[in-house]
Design a protein. Structure first.
Length: 347
């Protein structure tokens, strides 16, 4: 049974924050602006927290609601027509109730399964995988898939960023906030591309986590603990080989050649690291669709921003491949999209 990507919606909080603004806000030396450009490659990002007042202006639920409404409107369906909701995020608003359930309530969705997957950058593709399996089984017909993250939970505006460990400095410059949503349907729609395959694999057996974000209850709070720690060098060394393995396995599964790929949606990472990964993949003829330079690494939201840009570009028979790499316990994910063509065959 074919699963069609009917529509995509996204949401960004507040105005874009450029590198100069970020450096000034955290009292960093002016030379850091050039460092961000040279070593990270992100020009702007958006934050759910106001950098001047510290106020959290948008919750994850707010952003997911906006993205979800835009996807539903673009698909011309209502919340009452949704049979399944799946959200992938590393930064839910609460431990309970789940953000997935809060978003469903706001969108008028009820009486259906609502799943929330706790994961980093591959969480959105895990959500696609869960939804695709449910749709393929015939248990439901129309699904709303979401991916979103915010740094508001971990962005300490009073911290001494200049004196912080490198892994904390990098994370403050690398990530941005956002949300995305997609409507999937088993019924064909004119021009709607087909989600050909989704794969998610854990590759971290016996390997220490590459990124750790602790959670503390009131009785466990450790004052000097780092909000986020990341083995940035390990990510830099592992991203390309992990992405290459995922691409090779995906193409082999589908029987596609690298020359068959018209569009590549690479792992989000940073602007500079993403370029290195793309260069290593050897899909030179494919057009690269990436938003990380403009909006930062929005983690689970970024695949939806890529898809939003991709859909209007697809011509008859075009094929696209998306990849995602997560450092938490070293997870890799991939998916393939194909637009209908003149000689279209149902697979």
């Amino acid at each position: 049974m074919d699963i069609h990507i009917v529509a995509v919606g996204t949401a960004l909080p507040g105005p874009p924050v450029d590198n100069a603004t970020l450096v000034r806000r955290f009292g960093m030396p002016a030379v850091w602006e050039q460092w961000i450009d040279a070593f990270i490659g992100t020009d702007t990002r958006h934050f759910a927290r106001d950098l001047t007042t510290g106020e959290v202006r948008y919750s994850l639920t707010d952003l997911c609601e906006t993205a979800g409404r835009r996807a539903l409107a673009a698909a011309n369906v209502t919340g009452a027509e949704i049979d399944l909701v799946v959200l992938g995020t590393a930064t839910p608003d609460l431990l309970m109730p789940s953000t997935a359930c809060l978003v469903a309530d706001r969108l008028g969705i009820d009486g259906v399964p609502a799943y929330q997957l706790q994961s980093g950058c591959t969480g959105a593709l895990q959500a696609f995988d869960v939804a695709a399996q449910a749709l393929a089984s015939g248990r439901c017909r129309t699904a709303l898939v979401l991916g979103a993250d915010t740094s508001a939970h971990h962005l300490d505006l009073d911290m001494d960023l200049a004196g912080a460990p490198p892994e904390v400095q990098v994370n403050a410059m690398l990530f941005g906030d956002g949300a995305g949503a997609a409507v999937l349907d088993t019924r064909p729609r004119d021009g709607a591309p087909v989600l050909r395959h989704v794969s998610c694999k854990l590759l971290g057996l016996g390997r220490p986590p590459g990124q750790v974000i602790p959670w503390y209850g009131p009785a466990e709070r450790i004052p000097d603990a780092l909000p986020v720690s990341e083995d940035f060098k390990g990510v830099e060394e592992s991203a390309a080989p992990m992405a290459e393995r995922a691409l090779a396995e995906l193409l082999d599964h589908l029987g596609w050649k690298r020359t068959d790929v018209d569009y590549l949606l690479p792992p989000q990472l940073s602007g500079r690291m993403t370029k290195r990964v793309v260069d290593a993949l050897g899909v030179g003829a494919a057009e690269v669709v990436s938003r990380v330079t403009e909006i930062g690494n929005t983690a689970n939201a970024l695949p939806f921003f890529q898809l939003e840009r991709l859909l209007p570009l697809l011509g008859p028979g075009d094929r696209a491949v998306g990849l995602s790499v997560e450092a938490s316990k070293w997870i890799v994910a991939s998916y393939a999209v194909e637009a209908p063509g003149a000689d279209w065959e149902e697979i």
